[in-house]
Design a binder for this molecule. Structure first.
Ligand SMILES: N[C@@H](CCC(=O)N[C@@H](CS)C(=O)NCC(=O)O)C(=O)O
Length: 232
């Protein structure tokens, strides 16, 4: 059994979709990031960066021993679950290397740039013209990277749906809602639709939908929790 520490956001959907695609048994442990659950001492033991998603696998893959196995960071979780099940990761080492590239690219580029863009577009009070432009442009640049990659391909790696698509897709799903329509990126738009038509993807995005509303995230209390974090 896998405990899945989750809240319905793009980063959470990466792993809810993956668990649904892999058909693994899991139980959801909600981490209400608007209420500050990500700072609970018990959760920090699992996810020291106070971010979800995270998992604890109570029946770890062969070689990991018998003790419950905690994993944080979506790409690390993704690589572990794909290796454990032998699914959604190509066996060919060159293609597996390409999947890794697109996993690390997502967590270092598309995700954080989209997240910062969303912060300045949706949340920051006052006038932050330079910062907003900077992250709008970076998110736009990332969509251009995906467009070039997908122009001659249906999926990111090896012509087949893989975990690389799953990890990248949620931050494209919300492009229009963040104020960046995909008209300039037709191959990305087509890929977005292709992935969205999969039933496990729809189940992953629907998980916990009722818990979170845009309004809740924008409450004063939630903003104080989410946007004033320091190291000490
Ligand atoms: N690089 C991380 C990003 C995770 C992340 O930023 N999660 C956000 C929600 S979308 C979170 O937990 N935020 C809590 C907070 O900001 O305190 C991953 O891919 O797992």
């Amino acid at each position: 059994m896998i405990d899945f520490y989750y809240w319905p956001t793009p980063n959470g959907w990466k792993i809810s979709i993956l668990l649904e695609e892999l058909g693994l048994d899991y139980r959801v442990k909600p981490v209400d990031i608007n209420a500050g659950d990500q700072f609970d001492a018990e959760f920090l033991e699992i996810s020291p960066n106070n971010r979800m998603p995270a998992i604890v696998d109570h029946a770890p893959a062969s070689g990991f021993g018998d003790n419950a196995l905690p994993i944080f960071e979506s790409a690390a979780i993704a690589r572990y679950l794909c290796a454990k099940t032998g699914q959604l990761m190509p066996a060919d080492p060159r293609l597996a290397k390409e999947v890794d590239e697109w996993l690390f690219w997502q967590v270092g580029n598309l995700g954080p740039m989209g997240g910062q863009m969303s912060h300045f577009v949706n949340y920051a009070d006052g006038d932050h013209a330079y910062a907003e432009r900077r992250y709008r442009d970076e998110y736009h640049r990332c969509l251009g990277v995906l467009e070039r990659r997908l122009k001659a391909r249906d999926y990111l790696v090896g012509g087949r749906y893989s975990v690389a698509d799953i990890i990248n897709w949620p931050w494209v799903l919300i492009a229009k809602a963040m104020g960046q329509p995909l008209d300039e990126f037709p191959a990305v738009a087509a890929w977005r639709g292709r992935v969205k038509s999969r039933e496990p993807v729809q189940r992953g995005v629907a998980l916990g939908k009722a818990w979170a509303t845009g309004g809740q995230t924008k409450s004063e209390a939630a903003r104080a929790t989410l946007f004033n974090q320091r190291g000490t």
